[in-house]
Design a protein around this ligand. Sequence first.
Ligand SMILES: [Zn+2]
Length: 197
Amino acid sequence: MRSGCLDSLRQPLESGTVTIARSIGNLTFPAQFLLVLAANPCPCGKFTGRGRNCTCTSQQVRRYLGKLSGPLMDRIDLRVQVEPVGRVDMARNELGESSQVIRERVIAARQVAEKRFAGMGWSLNSQIPARALRSTFQPERGAMNFLHDELDREHITARGLHKIIRTSWSFADLHGHSVPTMQDVQDAHAMRGKVEA
Ligand SMILES: [Zn+2]
């Protein structure tokens, strides 16, 4: 996909609406969605693990990953780098947690959030307005100091700070904390870790 197409997702991601301009006028439609992006680590797809079989030049890799612009990536809350499955992993017998068990945990966490936001006009952590994040829904004080330091060092943007707090509420709900702790905030921060180029 061309980077221009990807970047055009930024506005609907932010506003939850999409506006189409035509000669008869502007039309606005609801467009709330969950964006999941997947990308290869490089054009040949082999720049994983120790990257031994990758045939791309560093310039090609940089240009390829450059399609994911900084402002677009700033809107992606959870970034996961998937490593290739090795011999040891293949031989392992035990399976991970079942999706059913995880599903129940997620439903329980969402119910906690819904109860917290009763009567406020939203029900998900991702929907907490920026103003409410700065007043009613701040994490623990030490965690806020950590985020402000990260902002001062320009490691995160103001938008990123708000998004980390929203994600930290989901960690808090999953762990049964009434307010996001330093660990919840650091986990949310780590989930936005850079995709390595
Ligand atoms: Zn490659």
